[in-house]
Design a binder for this molecule. Structure first.
Ligand SMILES: Cc1cc2nc3c(=O)[nH]c(=O)nc-3n(C[C@H](O)[C@H](O)[C@H](O)COP(=O)(O)O)c2cc1C
Length: 198
């Protein structure tokens, strides 16, 4: 089993989403001793924001691409190849302003490509990335699994939607939440780790 662990917190050793991701990876390895792990830190040498040249390249058939367009599509090709190569993808998701850190959004913008990861036909859109298992390790200062703040969570609903659109519907979510709430913060990570079931 090939595990791909994606990091999108820039906080290194202080990051809760990285710690929770590592706990998930550890349990996956315990259950699958032959598995391999590739760690990709999206906050280092991050994927560029989509510029005109990237979009032009995405929509130009490979045989018609100029050298500039060939160069522009490389990030996307590499990201899609890495994704397709993995069986299981563990993604650390720190909540930033109710949504994702921009390094993760930039990666998503490079993996969503018509003809590569999804297609359109008379029947509508079809995801082309099948047979993957996704784990999300979401960390947040507040609590979003219950109460009125649930409506402010644009991490889990967005990621379930976009991965589902690409064909990846098997998504399990673990959350360390309340990291800025006095009564919750001490145990938030431990509780999230204890809840992991592989
Ligand atoms: C710039 C920034 C924006 C944040 N926005 C939110 C937010 O909208 N809601 C929330 O509950 N926590 C927010 N937080 C708190 C983080 O989600 C929390 O510290 C989390 O643990 C970060 O993940 P990490 O520890 O993996 O870096 C924010 C933190 C930072 C630094």
């Amino acid at each position: 089993m090939k595990i791909l662990q994606l990091i999108s917190s820039p906080r290194g050793a202080a990051s809760t989403s990285i710690k929770l991701s590592e706990a998930i990876v550890e349990k996956l390895q315990e259950a699958n001793p032959d598995s391999t792990v590739k760690v990709h830190d999206l906050t280092k040498n991050g994927f560029p924001h989509l510029e005109e040249v990237h979009i032009n390249s995405f929509f130009t058939p490979a045989e018609n691409r100029s050298p500039e367009l060939v160069e522009a599509v490389k990030h996307s090709d590499e990201a899609i190849a890495e994704l397709k190569d993995a069986d299981v993808i563990v993604i650390g998701v720190p909540m930033y302003n109710f949504s994702l850190h921009s390094s993760l959004k930039a990666w998503i913008d490079h993996i969503c490509r018509a003809g590569q990861t999804f297609s359109y036909s008379e029947k509508g859109a079809e995801g082309l990335v099948k047979g993957k298992k996704i784990y999300l390790a979401i960390s947040s200062g507040g609590v979003y699994t219950e109460g009125f703040m649930k409506a402010y969570d644009f991490t889990e609903p967005y990621l379930r939607s976009v991965f589902g659109f690409l064909g990846m519907t098997d998504v399990t979510v673990y959350r360390a939440e309340g990291l800025n709430v006095p009564d919750l913060k001490e145990l938030a990570l431990d509780k999230a780790i204890e809840s992991i079931e592989i």
